[in-house]
Design a protein around this ligand. Structure first.
Ligand SMILES: O=C(O)CCC(=O)C(=O)O
Ligand SMILES: [Fe+2]
Length: 326
């Protein structure tokens, strides 16, 4: 091996010396190219053949594994004992950030504060806010929703405990955010002591969020709230409800979501302040905003473009319910 390396170095040295001498005498590489190149030709051809083979192999493996994954998805899921076919790349903050389309900054260019509306019509809401990604706080928007007097920690605990499969559906098909708590599941959270649930002194604070995919729970929740009156008639509401609940302190840490649609969130009890940070590419033309949502208000936000965090004020437990719309 060493001999071969040495031979190569010698050859290059000799070639360099010869080339320099030839150049001094006025002979350029282009003058002798037609004589020299055929001696290397075999190598060139071999290398090109290897490259083509590699490309074809990678291409075929890609196509075949996609076809196999498509046709044998169910069998693979069973064999690997996984709930649903996993993605090649996990969706995480980095991939969300890398895949995020750049903003035109129209959503925040002229905003010094979050616009506040009272009794806005569906037509006006559609024109100004529904699809512009401009956040808006609609005051006193929950009207006579039953939820205003029924929703509590105990109500939700009872609902999930009594509906069969409700906890499992959150675990398997929906999402649970424990934030800073030690809970791993919604069932864990509803198993906390009464003292902790009531934020008694000395007990660990808690704040959680989850989405619901259980049909029976959904139907019951919807007996207690209505589709917000200002949503455009032709807009479709997601069947997924999101609930955030807990006591005073930090809520969600700053993040961006990847849910594709804008969402509304109704404050059923308590008081919460949102901090909104515009996309980094708008840093020079837009400001960070704060908005405090009181009981009975509905906040509309495109969480896919505004980085957001929340803070829950001391006092009543904060409970919100919300959903996406398009
Ligand atoms: O309500 C909260 O504390 C966080 C909500 C949130 O992150 C969202 O709706 O995307
Ligand atoms: Fe979020």
């Amino acid at each position: 091996m060493m001999d071969k390396v040495k031979a190569k170095v010698d050859l290059v040295d000799k070639y360099r010396t010869l080339a320099e001498k030839a150049k001094e005498k006025g002979v350029e590489f282009t003058d002798v190219k037609h004589i020299l190149l055929p001696t290397f030709q075999v190598d060139y051809k071999k290398r090109r053949r290897i490259k083509v083979c590699l490309f074809v192999t990678v291409f075929l493996v890609g196509v075949l594994s996609s076809v196999a994954a498509y046709f044998f998805k169910d069998a693979l899921e069973d064999a690997l004992d996984i709930g649903s076919f996993p993605c090649l790349i996990e969706n995480n903050e980095l991939t969300i950030e890398m895949a995020r389309p750049l903003s035109t900054c129209d959503l925040c260019k002229n905003l010094d504060s979050v616009p506040v509306e009272h009794g806005i019509s569906a037509k006006e809401f559609k024109r100004k806010f529904a699809y512009s990604s401009i956040p808006v706080l609609i005051k006193d928007a929950t009207g006579d929703w039953l939820a205003m007097s029924t929703f509590s920690y105990d109500f939700l605990k009872k609902l999930y405990t009594e509906k069969e499969g409700a906890f499992n559906s959150v675990d398997q098909q929906c999402q649970f955010f424990p934030y800073k708590t030690d809970f791993s599941t919604l069932r864990d959270a509803f198993n906390m002591s009464d003292a902790r649930a009531n934020f008694s002194e000395g007990e660990a604070p808690w704040y959680i969020g989850w989405s619901n995919c259980n049909n029976e729970v959904k139907n019951e929740l919807r007996n207690h709230y209505e589709r917000p009156y200002f949503l455009p008639n032709d807009s479709e509401s997601s069947s997924l409800d999101w609930i955030f609940m807990g006591g005073s302190g930090p809520g969600a840490l700053i993040h961006l979501d990847y849910v594709q649609r804008p969402s509304w969130q109704a404050q059923i009890s308590g008081k919460k302040t949102w901090t909104l940070i515009p996309p980094p590419e708008c840093e020079k033309v837009c400001k960070a905003l704060n908005v405090t949502v009181h009981k009975g208000d509905i906040f509309v936000i495109d969480t896919n473009v505004w980085y957001h965090s929340t803070f829950i004020h001391p006092g009543e437990i904060s409970i919100t319910i919300g959903s996406e719309y398009d």
